[in-house]
Design a protein around this ligand. Structure first.
Ligand SMILES: C[S@@+](CC[C@H](N)C(=O)[O-])C[C@H]1O[C@@H](n2cnc3c(N)ncnc32)[C@H](O)[C@@H]1O
Length: 185
């Protein structure tokens, strides 16, 4: 209910009237190799539908950083997950990704999962977040994001190359999951 309420208060920033389905969440978190990942980042976690599945799979020596800009949704995430030693819930914008990671002594990460409603963002905000993601990801790292349309491709193709697109129909609305790797610049 809190998600729906926050949607009506700040439609553009929340971006979806209901959280992602369990089908979409499962498909997203299954892209990760939990055996090899040292650091995973989730951007725009909402009520934590992906986070819950991530923590169920996480090794104790893998760090998970969860970014959520909305203060009420941050509180929900904090109550659910902050007792976990290797999980860090951060109440700030994804624009601050590299700065926050460096505060925790982290330089590069293996996976970045995004639930961000990029198409509602200004060009400068999109570019700032993609620049942060690009500099935080390892060369072999992957950005996994979902979108309801293919319009965002023109924005991220300056930074990333598409490795895979998976369509998930059992979500409202149906979504494409992109697995992206860094473009060599
Ligand atoms: C479409 S919801 C996705 C929530 C959840 N991942 C899911 O799939 O149900 C987008 C979330 O991104 C958050 N968000 C929007 N802009 C953000 C930003 N600049 N930095 C961090 N989080 C942001 C919103 O508050 C919202 O919780």
């Amino acid at each position: 209910m809190i998600f729906v309420k926050e949607f009506f208060k700040n439609t553009k920033q929340i971006g979806s009237i209901i959280p992602s389905s369990s089908f979409l969440s499962k498909a997203i978190v299954s892209k990760i190799n939990y055996k090899t990942a040292n650091v995973i980042v989730e951007l725009g976690a909402g009520t934590g539908v992906f986070t819950k599945m991530l923590v169920n799979n996480l090794n104790l020596n893998t760090k998970l950083f969860v970014f959520e800009i909305n203060p009420l949704l941050y509180k929900v995430l904090h109550n659910k997950f902050s007792h976990l030693e290797n999980v860090y819930i951060i109440n700030t914008s994804a624009e601050n990704l590299t700065n926050i990671l460096s505060l925790y002594g982290v330089n590069k990460v293996d996976y970045i999962l995004s639930g961000l409603p990029f198409l509602n963002f200004s060009t400068s905000l999109k570019n700032c977040i993609f620049t942060n993601i690009y500099s935080s990801l390892k060369l072999s790292g992957e950005l996994i994001l979902f979108q309801y349309t293919r319009f965002l491709e023109k924005d991220f193709l300056d930074f990333f190359v598409i490795n895979d697109i998976e369509k998930v129909y059992l979500n409202f609305p149906p979504a494409n999951i992109y697995t992206l790797v860094k473009k060599i610049k």
